[in-house]
Design a binder for this molecule. Structure first.
Ligand code: GDP
Ligand code: MN
Length: 381
């Protein structure tokens, strides 16, 4: 789960990282009030869960409260790479002399957190890594030892940070690492960390929290911006389903991630493509199946639903009941190909065939099911 810039920076602030004393506004009038309260120049910043806001015109300086209001008016409602702007952050403008990048992320290959820093701040770190890899300082951190001061010294020296900032840089690096670990983050990044006449300042912040740790980070879980995610993903999370929307026409409802991947491959093999990845999990009850079907049918691209269930823990008759329940509730206009095998498969098939649903097509094997689904979607088989 990603946090907004303002959420990340407020969190950084709690760990002692210097941040601008800004406030969030949802209307131009609020932006005016905040700017007046702060006094002087401010920067108006779109709060969206995507980078490159600066380039897209979502970060602009204002000389007066009136200008802040006009800019906020302009930025609120703007679309930045498919993300609608609902809030702006009003920060006092920083007097920027230089911009650095400083981040901690999880290096999966090394199985360790890694701190990265570059003198080329403000730019995407991926871009720096591709064009000037020598400009990035990296230090892997052993969790049992924590971030050692000599590592921070190495980083500061590598990026040629002026000596008079080293002490503060060490404090910020330590705080950022602490923030990363204590937040169960997979990424905590300051880009840019700027040098001002009065010291270092975290002007932009980004954090990604490990979804698997949200249960023990209730304060962070609270921060989820549901308005920024597709409705289907919210519904899926609430129903305990893993769902990822894709661009094809075949809505897939499968139990088990591996089987779901195989099913998606089969739709491709027969000339179409999957509309989603969806794993209803083991032991799915009728209620869960109904929720899954509702989510799949919300996607207008879906021309056929392909339901591929291997009954191990999940009982095929439970799934059949779920399908019938969902069809009764939401109605289903598109054809649906159902393959039920495993525990209680006869009962499951019987429930489906006796329901009298005309648009439900039964299939025996996965290949058979995929082929029928592709045909039903009106694509080449
Ligand atoms: P991003 O484009 O989404 O990464 O947004 P940032 O918050 O990083 O802002 C982009 C750029 O705007 C920064 O790299 C800075 O150059 C500039 N910027 C942001 N805040 C300020 C500020 O307070 N003062 C000045 N002068 N420039 C700023
Ligand atoms: Mn940035």
């Amino acid at each position: 789960m990603d946090l907004h810039e303002y959420q990340s920076k407020f969190r950084f602030g709690e760990f002692g990282i210097p941040i601008p004393k800004g406030k969030v506004a949802a209307t131009p009038e609020e932006a005016y009030d905040h700017a007046r309260e702060l006094g002087g120049k401010v920067v108006v910043k779109a709060q969206v869960l995507t980078g490159g806001r600066g380039k897209a015109g979502g970060v602009r300086l204002a000389d007066s409260p009136d200008e802040a209001r006009d800019i906020a008016q302009n930025i609120l409602g703007m679309d930045i790479r498919g993300h609608a702007v609902r809030n702006v952050l009003i920060d006092p403008a920083a007097d920027i002399r230089a911009e650095l990048y400083l981040g901690v992320t999880t290096d999966r290959a090394e199985r360790l957190p890694v701190m990265m820093c570059s003198s080329e701040g403000g730019v995407d770190i991926e871009e720096v890594a591709a064009t000037m890899p020598e400009k990035i300082a990296r230090e892997h951190i052993k969790p049992a030892l924590g971030l050692r001061s000599y590592q921070v010294t190495n980083i500061a020296a590598t990026v040629d940070l002026p000596r008079d900032h080293w002490r503060q840089f060490n404090q910020i690096a330590q705080a950022l690492y602490r923030c990363y670990t204590e937040s169960d983050a997979t990424l905590a990044e300051i880009n840019p960390l700027v040098i001002t006449p009065v010291g270092l300042l975290a002007v932009d912040g980004k954090m990604s929290i490990d979804d698997n740790a949200l249960w023990r980070q209730p304060e962070l879980a609270e921060m989820r911006d549901i308005s920024a995610e597709p409705e289907a993903e919210t519904l899926a999370r609430e129903a305990g389903l893993s769902y990822i929307k894709l661009d094809g026409k075949i809505g897939c409802m499968v139990n088990g991630a591996g089987l779901a991947m195989a099913t998606m491959d089969m739709t491709k093999l027969f000339g179409s493509s999957p509309a989603n990845f969806l794993d209803i999990g083991g032991g799915a009850q009728a209620e869960t199946v109904a929720a899954a079907l509702r989510i799949i049918l919300k996607d207008p691209n879906v021309k056929t639903v392909l339901c591929n269930i291997f009954g191990g823990i999940t009982r095929a008759d439970e799934v059949a009941k779920g399908i019938l329940q969902a069809v009764k509730e939401v109605g289903i206009e598109v054809p649906m190909v159902v393959r039920l095998v495993g525990t209680n498969e006869e009962e499951g098939r019987k429930l489906i065939s006796e329901s009298g649903l005309s648009n439900v097509i039964s299939a025996q094997t996965l290949a058979d099911a995929a082929q029928k689904a592709v045909q039903a979607a009106g694509e080449e088989a």
